[in-house]
Design a protein around this ligand. Structure first.
Ligand code: UT7
Length: 328
């Protein structure tokens, strides 16, 4: 049953935080950040913006690109680990502001893999035949969960949103094989310890920044490379596609060195991997959606192109998607 991405959109906040800005905040250097991560800058939301506001901008752009009205949507999914508040889901706020009054709306948290998890859920809902049009959004305000005194994490993350309209269409191509996975046993390597039901916020937790991201960078790095590489090779083998047939690989943007490691292990040419981590930093669940939209809008995808999406994040969670690009 052909399910297609028929429109994409993205949004990054106006304010840009450069590596030079970070040099004035923590003990770091532009040179260290560039060489260890490839990041030059990241976007940071305004104080009066929340995740749903970023999501709304990307959502509207995706609907415009697809030529779909908000009322036509049946399904609205927001992948995020930084919702506006614990309740209600940010998806319901987007649903209201967008005027998607016929859609059911819910959040989904798979950290940086969220966009791919949401895409696979949307595909399943459409394949059930009970829903026709879905809006998948990845949106994050990572600046709200970063410890701005911790140089090992605060230099990595940025804010933003990416969105895709997903529809059933009787045209060839569209979403192909997907592979998603998780391993909750490794949750301590990347998490936010406090602020939930296990460790509610307390003065002590706030003082220790336990409401912020904690990460064992090197361990996460190794798992990110091995899981995304394995997923990519498995999908190519299952689909009987060769790596050199791929027109573009659009991976989660966490670190340029991770992208390079995957690229060389999978055997993809340098210019076939989409990179925007230099401008966005790691935007978690928003990352693949933003990169996909930038690829579309910059003319990097032509009808019939074979594309691979890849992601890895806290949990751990990971995933990959094959698709044949179509302007259905
Ligand atoms: O989105 C989901 C997953 N997230 C990721 O995929 C992130 C994965 N991890 C990474 O990208 C990398 O591990 C980091 C960029 C976080 C760190 O790079 P690294 O090459 O693994 O550095 P490291 O942690 O081994 O640290 C090397 C040195 C240490 O100093 P010593 O102990 O060698 O003296 C750190 O203290 O670099 C130091 N360091 C810094 N120096 C300047 C750590 N952060 C900084 C910094 N500026 N911002």
């Amino acid at each position: 049953m052909p399910i297609h991405i028929t429109g994409t959109g993205s949004y990054t906040p106006e304010r840009v935080l450069t590596n030079a800005d970070l040099e004035a905040m923590v003990d770091t250097s532009d040179e260290w950040i560039r060489t260890r991560t490839g990041i030059h800058q990241r976007h940071i939301k305004a104080e009066d913006q929340a995740t749903s506001d970023l999501a709304l901008e990307a959502a509207q752009a995706a609907l415009d690109a697809a030529g779909v009205s908000a009322e036509e949507l049946d399904v609205l999914l927001v992948a995020t680990c930084t919702p506006d508040s614990p309740m209600p889901g940010s998806a319901t706020i987007v649903q209201d502001k967008l005027g998607a009054k016929n859609a059911f709306a819910m959040d989904l948290n798979a950290a940086c893999s969220g966009f791919l998890y949401a895409l696979e859920c949307a595909r399943g809902l459409l394949e059930s035949g009970r829903h026709r049009k879905a809006l998948v959004i990845g949106a994050e305000s990572m600046s709200s969960i970063v410890n701005w005194e911790d140089r090992t994490t605060c230099i990595l993350f940025g804010d933003g949103a990416g969105a895709a309209v997903v529809e059933y269409r009787e045209t060839p191509g569209g979403l192909g094989l997907a592979s998603l996975g998780a391993n909750g046993a490794l949750k301590e390597l990347l998490n936010i310890p406090a602020g939930g039901s296990r460790e509610p916020l307390s003065e002590e937790a706030l003082q220790d920044h336990r409401n912020c991201i904690k990460m064992s960078g090197q361990e996460v790095f190794k798992h990110a490379v091995s899981h995304m590489t394995r997923t990519a090779k498995q999908l190519l083998a299952e689909a009987d596609w060769q790596a050199d047939e791929l027109a573009l690989v659009i991976p989660h943007q966490a670190n340029q060195r991770i992208l390079e490691a995957i690229r060389s292990r999978v055997g993809v040419e340098k210019d076939k991997v989409f990179v925007n981590v230099d401008r966005t930093g790691n935007t978690s669940a928003a990352s693949v959606g933003i990169a996909l939209d930038e690829a579309v809008r910059s003319g990097r995808l032509q009808p019939g192109d074979k594309v691979m999406l890849l992601a890895f994040g806290a949990g751990f969670t990971w995933g990959g998607f094959l698709l044949e690009w179509s302007k259905a």
